[in-house]
Design a binder for this molecule. Structure first.
Ligand SMILES: [Zn+2]
Ligand SMILES: [Zn+2]
Length: 228
């Protein structure tokens, strides 16, 4: 599988050369995960999956435009701006790919899904934005050749908000490394937050230095390709 990072910037104002686009991951020029920029629709793809409907993952949300593409597209729930969306129902076979979803805690009033994509004995997991992933969910996942996750906060704990007994926001990179190391030895990061741009150009090195023995950490930039 060829995993291509189309965008690596979180929902923030700062940007830097190579870190301009919002979220999008394209697999084998066939499966597109999140559409943070309208131009991602110009890349070859056959099907679209949304992790959640924040505007940095679904470009049309902030403009209040309806998403009217003929390409089949799946998401975690219905939304007035996605009249043709198909609700993703836990598992789907698409050509040679098996795509499976798992619940991710991230936003207060939106559902979020992570996805596992399998083909030819290789397995990649996309977490989308993460406040937390329940232990029971992680424990059920098989081992991954690659996990693609987010990098909004470099501090332990990230920025988590609480309301009505629920948590939402983004956990930190150290927490993600810790929980995801249960399923993989290889983690790619995108969706950079303010910290990345204030430390620019040192952000990628700062991530690499957080690797524990035997663990490979890949700080992606717009256009980074990882092959499995
Ligand atoms: Zn986001
Ligand atoms: Zn989000």
């Amino acid at each position: 599988m060829k995993i291509e990072f189309l965008g690596t910037r979180g929902k923030i104002k700062p940007s830097a050369p190579g870190y301009k686009n919002h979220t999008g991951i394209l697999i084998d020029d066939q499966l597109l995960f999140d559409v943070g920029e309208e131009e991602f629709l110009e890349f070859p793809h056959q099907v679209i999956f949304f992790t959640h409907y924040h505007p940095d993952h679904a470009f049309f949300i902030s403009a209040g435009e309806s998403f009217e593409v003929a390409t089949p597209h799946y998401g975690p729930e219905s939304h007035p701006l996605l009249p043709h969306v198909r609700i993703f129902d836990s598992s789907l076979k698409w050509g040679d790919y098996r795509i499976t979803s798992f619940p991710v805690i991230h936003a207060l009033n939106l559902q979020s899904l992570g996805y596992v994509i399998e083909k030819d004995g290789k397995r990649v997991m996309l977490t989308g934005d993460v406040a937390w992933i329940e232990k029971g969910v992680l424990d059920k996942l098989p081992s991954m050749d690659l996990v693609c996750t987010e990098a909004s906060f470099i501090n332990k704990g990230g920025r988590i908000n609480r309301m009505d007994g629920k948590i939402y926001g983004h956990t930190g990179i150290p927490d993600l490394i810790r929980i995801l190391s249960k399923v993989t030895r290889r983690i790619a990061f995108a969706h950079y937050g303010e910290w990345f741009f204030s430390f620019h150009p040192n952000g990628p090195q700062m991530i690499k230095e957080m690797a524990t023995p035997g663990m490979e950490l890949i700080p992606a930039k717009d256009g980074t390709m990882v092959r499995l």
